[in-house]
Design a protein around this ligand. Structure first.
Ligand SMILES: [Zn+2]
Ligand SMILES: [Zn+2]
Ligand SMILES: [Zn+2]
Length: 370
């Protein structure tokens, strides 16, 4: 919006104070009750939602507790995943994966607790657009509060943003960019309408005493950007000299997500688990969830309690919580020990996707080991 501020400041036209012209005068913005702090270009931050008229019902534990049952993978599944993994490394010999003898399958299954809090945040700013005869309605009725305006949210947990005009705040004002002139100085020629000839660089002659035939010896040429006028149509009002000014409400829906993964001692790095899914053991979606209770691993219950408290404190300050969802996934991790040519080696199979990780494959170069 202010990209031509520099040009204005450098080349003030006669008789007007162009230095101050791009800063909109205070008179541009009406005093709208309930919107006193609203600035142009936003920057005011999100508005705290008002306290609800009726306190929402406190979340309660669900009366039926889920059955927690824990699956495991078979040797065949492990071997097949390993074989596939090795075949994707072009230099690795398939021997150990094919002929290695599995001596142990140890399960290090772990849990991932996830809490999602879906919020709506609102902020306001003064905005303007070119005036094309839009109806204006400032002061015809009191403007509704920022949280009283109906805005259709997306499906829960879908992130999105939108903006709407706040009713009863719109008016027509003189354009502050061009001071109501409809035109502003051309930035290409500094408002002169012509500029130094690029062929003779202003000399009017070329090598020797030959007249420059590009500028006919004038040393200057017409500015093509403004066709010699020295000015061009104002960007802000598109030459209409007036602006439609109003308060805009910006609405943003965010899914705030936190994970907790129970520590496990398999030796597999926990970062590996970010790329896999698990078996969903529990899912609970409510306006406000109650921390899951009675789960066999107490670390999950503790994390749930902490995250639910954190989210409900943190996200109700500057936004409105629309929905929460907590899930527990079981992420299968199997540590497979196998023997190959007298040595003992290990690999991990993890996630619903049966991803494999290994750090001691005995045949990582097929040309030397055969
Ligand atoms: Zn010339
Ligand atoms: Zn020009
Ligand atoms: Zn203008």
């Amino acid at each position: 919006m202010y990209n031509n501020q520099e040009a204005h400041a450098m080349f003030p036209p006669q008789g007007s104070n162009f230095l101050g012209a791009t800063a909109p005068p205070a008179s541009m913005f009406d005093n709208v009750p309930g919107y006193e702090g609203t600035a142009m270009g936003g920057g005011g931050g999100y508005l705290p939602p008002p306290a609800p008229a009726y306190p929402p019902p406190a979340p309660e534990p669900s009366p039926t507790q889920p059955e927690w049952n824990i699956p495991s993978i078979s040797e065949d599944t492990a071997r097949e995943a390993f074989r596939l993994f090795v075949s994707n490394h072009c230099c690795w010999s398939s021997g150990p994966a094919k002929d290695g003898m599995i001596t142990a399958m140890d399960s290090f299954n772990t849990y991932r607790y996830r809490l999602e809090t879906f919020t709506e945040a609102r902020a306001t700013e003064w905005a303007h657009e070119q005036y094309n005869g839009q109806p204006v309605n400032a002061y015809t009725q009191p403007a509704p509060g920022p949280w009283d305006i109906q805005v259709q949210p997306p499906a829960h947990f879908q992130e999105q943003s939108t903006h709407v005009m706040v009713p009863y705040t719109s008016s027509v004002k003189e354009c502050h960019e061009c001071l109501g002139q409809g035109r502003e100085p051309c930035t290409e020629c500094a408002g002169a309408g012509n500029k130094v000839c690029w062929v003779c660089n202003g000399a009017g002659v070329r090598t020797g005493d030959d007249q420059c035939n590009h500028c006919n010896g004038r040393g200057r040429e017409n500015c093509s950007a403004c066709h010699g006028h020295g000015s061009k149509e104002c960007d802000a009002c598109r030459g209409k000299r007036q602006l439609h000014v109003y308060i805009q409400l910006n609405v943003k829906w965010t899914n705030n997500k936190d994970d907790f993964v129970v520590e496990q001692s398999s030796g597999l790095k926990v970062e590996n688990l970010n790329s896999v899914s698990g078996k969903e053991l529990f899912k609970d979606t409510q306006y406000l969830v109650f921390p899951v209770m009675g789960f066999p691993d107490p670390a999950v219950g503790q994390a749930a309690e902490r995250l639910v408290r954190e989210h409900q404190n943190k996200y109700s300050q500057s936004a409105r919580i629309l929905q929460q969802r907590q899930t527990i996934e079981l992420i299968p991790i199997t540590k497979v020990t196998y023997k190959w040519k007298g040595g003992t080696h290990t690999y991990f199979v993890y996630g619903n996707e049966f991803l494999v990780s290994t750090e001691d494959y005995p045949a990582t170069c097929c040309c030397t080991v055969m």
